[in-house]
Design a protein around this ligand. Structure first.
Ligand code: SF4
Length: 413
């Protein structure tokens, strides 16, 4: 991994363009690092929004886009733009419109590009939602997490269940036809009935995509403190698996297909931007802590270079204002790491992992062990092989997908 500290544009591009020329398409990610307050489980990079920060941030963000877009190799068809955070819906629609205008000028957006904004329920109203539609945003991902006030309080969220419903209804009324809701399970003291109720409510509210994540408690978060002090408890493995399985069954009944372990959609409403990550596509990220990846196929092998921005707002602003990139470091992935990541990402998807890929780089001894392992997993109905020779994790296997991936990874590397 190469650390980048004090380099300016020409060197910057020579460091970043090890994997070139690019081909294919691009996704663009814009990180908006502001939140109104910090949720008790959150370890994403965000800072509390203060007056005056937004204007300077947007100026610098546009400068960063200008700087990166100078590279003609990035002039590829852009199929998706994603405003993530933080809380991007803190921005005014005029700001989003301005950023999109710059992106349209500098990059080759395809006509029907998917343009998503993450929004928190308390930060949107009718006027803002209409403004976002006018700006060209055509997909909204609403951070509902739960419709139960008690669960929301335990997560440190600042909206309540009613605000979450209102935000979804308002988004639909404003004209959004592609609405996603984030929901959470394995929340302290959540029972399965309440979780199923959350899914039901979302499905009755013009939502056509649901991201369902199990709460993970990271160190250095207030919720972690509560956990180690015994003030909250978490579900055991069996309860976790039961909550996930019942949710998946409920979502399937309602017509939501699971296309990734945590993502469910009506046909045609899968998130194009996230599918690009999971399918190992190229993307460029802008804003503090944003990540980028350039991917090129070379004689059947994938070459991958990643780079990421510094995770410090003040430093980001300082670097960009001085005309320098905000890149913190870059790495070119070894073929072994690429193979492993391909396995890990593919198994999370409904299409699964093409076993023919493993055959290309595996030693014979390992391939025999892999065959035996897959046979054992098949006997337990945790995986299956489809008609295209893809290895697919079953509904039964999904709650323990991390263990399945770990055991397969040991034989694929
Ligand atoms: S709104 Fe999202 S990014 Fe902001 S603190 Fe809460 S979970 Fe983290």
């Amino acid at each position: 991994m190469r650390e980048i500290s004090e380099i300016s544009s020409p060197t910057f591009f020579s460091v970043l363009n090890k994997i070139a020329p690019l081909s294919g398409t691009l996704g663009l990610y814009i990180h908006i690092p502001f939140c109104k307050s910090k949720c008790s489980y959150c370890d994403f990079y965000s800072i509390i929004h203060r007056k005056g920060l937004l204007d300077i941030f947007i100026e610098c963000l546009i400068m960063e886009i200008d700087l990166v877009a100078e590279n003609p190799k990035y002039y590829l068809p852009v199929r998706s733009i994603y405003f993530g955070g933080g809380t991007p819906s803190i921005l005014k629609p005029e700001d989003i419109a301005r950023i999109l205008q710059v992106l349209r000028t500098k990059f080759a957006l395809i006509e029907d590009a998917e343009i998503t904004i993450e929004a928190n329920p308390e930060s949107v109203d009718n006027r803002k939602l209409l403004g976002l539609i006018d700006a060209g945003v055509n997909r909204i991902s609403i951070g509902v997490q739960s419709f139960q006030d008690e669960e929301l309080r335990s997560l440190g969220r600042i909206h309540d269940g009613e605000e979450a419903r209102t935000a979804i209804i308002a988004a639909a009324n404003a004209g959004f036809r592609n609405i996603s809701a984030d929901l959470m399970f394995a929340v302290p003291n959540q029972n399965i009935d309440a979780l199923i109720e959350n899914i039901n409510i979302a499905s009755q509210l013009a939502v056509n995509h649901i991201s369902l994540y199990g709460l993970t408690i990271e160190k250095a978060t207030p919720l972690y403190e509560e956990l180690i002090n015994g003030r909250i408890g978490l579900p055991d493995e069996d309860s976790y698996a039961e909550a996930y399985s019942k949710s998946v069954a409920m979502l399937a009944n309602l017509g939501f297909s699971r296309y990734e372990v945590s993502n469910f959609a009506f046909p045609g409403f899968e998130c194009r931007h996230n599918l690009n990550y999971w399918n190992y596509g190229s993307y460029l990220g802008f804003g503090p802590s944003a990540h980028s990846a350039l991917i090129k196929e070379n004689h059947g092998e994938l070459q991958v270079q990643r780079f990421w921005n510094m995770q410090d707002f003040d430093e980001y602003i300082m670097r960009i204002k001085a005309g320098n990139p905000a890149t913190a470091a870059t790495e070119i992935l070894s073929q072994e790491k690429v193979n492993l990541e391909r396995l890990q990402l593919s198994l999370r998807l409904a299409e699964g992992y093409p076993l023919a890929e493993a055959a290309k780089f595996q030693k014979l001894a390992d391939s025999n062990r892999l065959r035996n392992l897959i046979h054992d997993l098949e006997c337990e109905a945790l995986v299956r092989i489809n008609e295209n020779g893809n290895l697919i994790v079953t509904d039964k296997g999904m709650p323990i997908i991390d263990e399945i991936i770990a055991s397969l990874s040991a034989l694929i590397s």
